[in-house]
Design a binder for this molecule. Sequence first.
Ligand code: HEC
Ligand code: HEC
Ligand code: HEC
Length: 363
Amino acid sequence: MLPDWFSKWNRENPTDVERPAIIFGAVGVAVIAVIALIVLGQPFATASLQTGPRGTGMEVVEFKSDLAKPDPTIELFLSSTSDPVVPTGSEQTAGAARENVPPGLENLTIENYDRLLAAMRAWTGIPDLFDDAESYQTAVGHVMITMTRNINENWDGHVNANKEVGVTCFTCHRGEPVPSEVWFKATPVSKATEGWSAVQNRTTPLSSFTSLPSDALETFLLDYGTIGVHDFESRVAGIPGKDDYPGIQHAERTYALMNYVANSLGVNCTFCHNTRAFYDGSQVTPQWGTESLGIQMVQEINNEYLVPLEGLLPEERLGPVHQDAPKAACKTCHKGYQQPLQGTNVIGDWPELATSEAPEYGN
Ligand code: HEC
Ligand code: HEC
Ligand code: HEC
């Protein structure tokens, strides 16, 4: 097909085209990759939040792409919130003008009561909440109002640790009647399944899908168990796990809790600890203290408010193994974020839920 003179010339002047092609191709790809990185940005770029002194490696590393995506439920909250109406003193109260007003809200003005009721319905996804006085949801809702006020009033060292943030029904419920990330007891039910393996090596969310014990939340966030791995006492005098010496499984349970905590907040261990000395309370960050308060707060939420709901809730709401009421923990509010709703102030517009006393309206 090619002219004869060309085939002849080609035969007499052999040239290595492969090597230049490879070099040219490789340089070309590299140039295109660099241009793509400059134009499109590094997809795996990270940002580090320094949490401790320099040189200790105490930092939380996150992908910038994740940080750029806000929690999508923030928008849902902002669309359900409204400004409080400062009372002039001459309005009718909800207790006089409305029916089935939950205890503690009777003295609100009609306007503020109506907006709070609409918000609570949106936040829990129950459009007729408090309409039916006989419904279990009404009875549960009454407990919830008291609980929410108690959290804001008495645990503000946690829920307002950095700035005014607070909690409302939305912090846990996010538009659903049953909040996500609630938990149930998963301890063995029969004598035959008691013991070491029965709470371990089970792929449950309670153990963050590790082989660690699944009863950490129950032990520490319900039953007031002592969190701890080691101290500097000699172990020769007794047997670990017996004679009041903490056992190995107790250490594993502590790690199970810490895994759960880190996952609930989307942080790693160095957010709170200097990992060279987990035991040393003088090498921790301020967030360690916020967590300590959080643990006590969750113990109270579970024992004072949620566990007693057991008798009120219908069967399909109860736990699969023990028929126990759903319980809350860190992730029920935090949902994987360092601060719930990424630190959005949810209580500012809702003084009615901030205190068990008469709400204070700004002016
Ligand atoms: C600390 C988290 C938390 C907060 C804050 C919270 N709730 Fe709940 N709520 C729960 C849990 C856990 C349940 C139990 C889930 C169930 O019913 O199975 C629940 C259940 C309910 C139910 C029963 C739903 C059903 O169909 O079983 C109602 C109604 C309710 N909450 C209303 C409210 C209202 C109103 C507020 C705000 C005043 C509120 N909750 C604040 C955690 C919370
Ligand atoms: C949000 C803060 C926070 C994060 C994140 C965190 N911890 Fe903790 N950790 C604490 C607090 C607070 C305690 C002490 C609790 C108590 O004694 O009541 C503790 C206790 C411990 C203990 C027991 C120390 C002792 O005295 O024996 C160990 C071990 C531990 N954490 C390991 C970890 C590991 C591993 C991770 C990461 C998977 C982690 N922690 C993540 C706050 C945190
Ligand atoms: C009732 C809802 C709720 C529960 C349950 C809860 N938290 Fe929080 N937590 C909050 C709110 C709201 C804030 C934001 C406070 C602020 O930034 O002012 C917060 C803040 C924190 C902070 C500080 C974060 C920072 O950036 O400084 C830590 C640490 C924390 N929580 C840990 C925990 C742990 C651990 C648990 C479980 C033992 C827990 N929380 C349970 C609502 C909750």
